[in-house]
Design a protein around this ligand. Structure first.
Ligand code: CUA
Length: 340
């Protein structure tokens, strides 16, 4: 316990030092863990960093000693000094032994952290995550299909309950990483990996894809929103509803346009004929806080920009340029902004 306390104090001191040395920077999120799984990873990082730092300093001290120690030049430089030979033999043997102990020790630490990270949790909420170029499909599956809901890029979870993410990809390899909550795991086509974490306090935790997956890899943000169980349940019920019907004449025109254009081939809006499965589900688009996987904050202006020029904002994205006249774009925005 004492040792843990001092390790934590040392960790905090180093984090503070980093902040002081790098003005304007906050400690990396992986070193500011908010879950038991996050703490297991952070502990491992500190152990590796601490031990490697000590070894590095000792090696440099040894080197400095070897360079600067006073020595007598023997009369015959080629003559073997048996005592010195035996001494250096012993030093090398001790160092080889120590290296073995350190490597085994770090392996055991690493194994223990892995166990903690991938331990199956009882009563976990399972969420399926499918990686796409370049967004995240998020499915809360239920044996009862009327209780299954699909959303994108933002993952709501209740605090205090373990959450298991079932990760796969439908195109290339992506990697799911929200540093303050958990370790990192790849999303591989045709394979299912999982990650478990238990959020301890409500909050918004940001992450991103951590494996280069093409041109817009850097625009593949993840947001985990941890909320109290009652807030989570309210959110879930709201998301299970069909899309809100358009509230104005203009929004009605927008809906008709959406359903008669290319939009409906790619996007699903529950309760309407739009049932495309290529792009993100838009049933409750306006309840999200960002657009295009965290590329833009959510807002009418940003949505207008995204629809008008997706290739300017996220070149290479699957979203095509849909040519709309200004009044059509306005109607479309009235419709989409109503999808709360
Ligand atoms: Cu997906 Cu990088």
């Amino acid at each position: 316990m004492q040792l843990r306390g001092s390790a934590k104090a040392l960790g905090d001191a180093l984090a503070v030092l980093l902040v002081l040395v790098l003005p304007g920077c906050t400690p990396p999120l992986a070193l500011d863990p908010q879950t038991p799984q996050g703490r297991a990873v952070a502990g491992l990082i500190w152990w590796f960093t601490g031990l490697c730092t000590v070894i590095w300093i000792l090696v440099l001290l040894g080197l400095a000693f070897a360079i600067w120690r006073p020595r007598l030049v023997p009369a015959d430089p080629l003559a073997l000094d048996q005592r010195a030979e035996r001494r250096s033999g012993r030093v090398v043997a001790v160092l080889i032994g120590l290296t073995g102990v350190i490597v085994i020790g770090l392996t055991v630490l690493s194994f223990a952290a892995q166990r903690q990270l991938f331990e199956p949790a009882d009563g976990a909420l399972t969420i399926d995550i499918v990686g796409h170029q370049w967004w995240w499909e998020v499915v809360y599956n239920s044996p009862d299909s009327s209780q299954t809901l699909t959303t994108a890029n933002e993952i709501h979870v209740p605090v205090g309950r373990p959450v298991t993410l079932d990760l796969t990809s439908n195109d290339v390899i992506h990697s799911f990483w929200v540093p303050s909550l958990m370790g990192k795991a790849d999303l591989i086509p045709g394979r299912h990996n999982d990650l478990t974490f238990t959020a301890e306090k409500p909050g918004i935790y940001n992450g991103s894809c951590a494996e280069f997956c093409g041109m817009q890899h850097a625009h593949m943000g993840i947001r985990v929103i941890a909320e109290t169980p009652s807030d989570f349940e309210a959110w879930r019920r709201q998301q299970l509803r069909s899309a809100a019907p358009p509230a104005s004449e203009s929004a009605k025109r927008g809906e008709a346009l959406f359903e008669s254009s290319a939009c409906a081939f790619c996007h699903n809006v529950s309760g309407t004929p739009a049932s495309g499965q290529v792009g993100p589900d838009l049933t409750h688009l306006a309840s999200r806080s960002s657009l295009a996987a965290g590329t833009l904050p959510f807002g009418r202006g940003q949505l207008a920009a995204w629809i008008a020029d997706p290739q300017g904002i996220k070149p290479g994205a699957q979203m095509p340029d849909v040519r709309l006249a200004p009044d059509q774009l306005n109607a479309m925005l009235d419709y989409l902004m109503g999808l709360k």
